[in-house]
Design a protein. Structure first.
Length: 319
């Protein structure tokens, strides 16, 4: 007899403080009916209060790590959070936590600056007006926190002009990676690992449905994960394909590399054929794409063959 789980499962995702409040009545009804609920992306405090499992990043931890890192730079004296949407609770939490990170590491003089991330000239003007170094000081005394990806483009442009300033950014982007590659004073980007954040809730819900099992934790943190240098081209290809294809159409390309691009040799030498002159060493290593396709074809053939066997068996039993 096939095992039947005792509950169904749903996932509610990308919470913000306004949305979760409007959903609470519906979610409470689901909870009363023994439906498992997972949440992710934002609203961990509200999820915990309601008794839902949360996957994501603690924004207070993220902002604190930015303030702490900027404060530990020996030359920094003034610290600015460049907030392009002051009414968004996530950004407010990040900026408030940055202030705590600075102050708890022995420094002060923190400023929230409202900026327009769609106008880099206006963005730069706002920073110069509010965050310029004190008299007789240079920009190495200034630490900037970009609390979200919309600030990256303007922030990197600003650092190109005022290249003595230091910065930490929440989220990662091509603009941020480019600034890192160019040697700008970007200490790190804070990655909440969004793919992992979206994948985990559904894998756990699948286990709940199939195995009737759930973990006991109420909070699984996917960030803040500090990214201190641009990823390898190999990793970028993997990420762009949502990690479904990690390889290259070039058959001679390595299947695996480290984050700094070093090739990982995954081949195991076969002693039995080491001295066999008939062994063809010139055959190319298949790409991960071709391996994936071969596996898919084998899977389809197996399913088709199994279906034929089942159909024959059914016919024989019926007659």
């Amino acid at each position: 007899m096939m095992y039947q789980p005792t509950f169904n499962s749903i996932a509610i995702f990308r919470f913000d403080n306004r949305r979760i409040l409007t959903l609470r009545v519906a979610l409470d009804t689901c909870k009363t009916n023994n439906v498992t609920i997972n949440t992710f992306n934002a609203g961990p405090d509200l999820a915990k209060e309601a008794g839902y499992l949360f996957f994501g990043q603690d924004e207070t931890d993220a902002g604190y790590s930015a303030g702490e890192a900027l404060a530990k730079v020996p030359s920094t004296e003034k610290f600015c959070c460049t907030n392009d949407q002051p009414d968004i609770s996530v950004l407010k939490k990040r900026c408030d936590a940055m202030k705590s990170g600075v102050e708890e590491n022995g420094k002060s003089n923190t400023i929230d600056v409202t900026v327009d991330s769609n106008d880099c000239d206006a963005w730069k003007t706002a920073i110069v007006e509010s965050c310029s170094p004190d008299e007789s000081k240079d920009w190495s005394t200034v630490g900037l926190y970009f609390p979200g990806q919309p600030n990256h483009k303007c922030g990197v442009e600003f650092l190109r002009e005022y290249n003595a300033a230091y910065a930490v950014a929440s989220d990662v982007s091509e603009d941020l990676y480019e600034g890192m590659s160019d040697g700008l004073n970007i200490l790190f980007g804070i990655d909440q690992q969004s793919y992992l954040q979206g994948y985990l809730p559904f894998s756990h819900l699948t286990l709940a449905v199939t195995n009737d099992q759930m973990i006991e934790n109420d909070y699984i943190q996917t960030g803040p994960h500090q990214v201190t240098e641009p990823p390898s081209e190999h990793f970028e290809e993997c990420a762009e394909n949502n990690f479904e294809v990690c390889g290259s159409d070039d058959d001679d390309a390595p299947l695996l590399t480290t984050s700094d691009g070093e090739v990982i040799d995954t081949s195991a030498p076969d002693d039995s054929t080491a001295d066999d002159e008939s062994t063809d060493d010139t055959s190319p290593t298949p790409s991960s794409r071709s391996l994936r396709q071969s596996t898919d074809y084998t899977h389809h053939i197996t399913l088709a063959f199994g279906g034929i066997i089942m159909a024959i068996g059914g016919y024989l039993l019926a007659n």
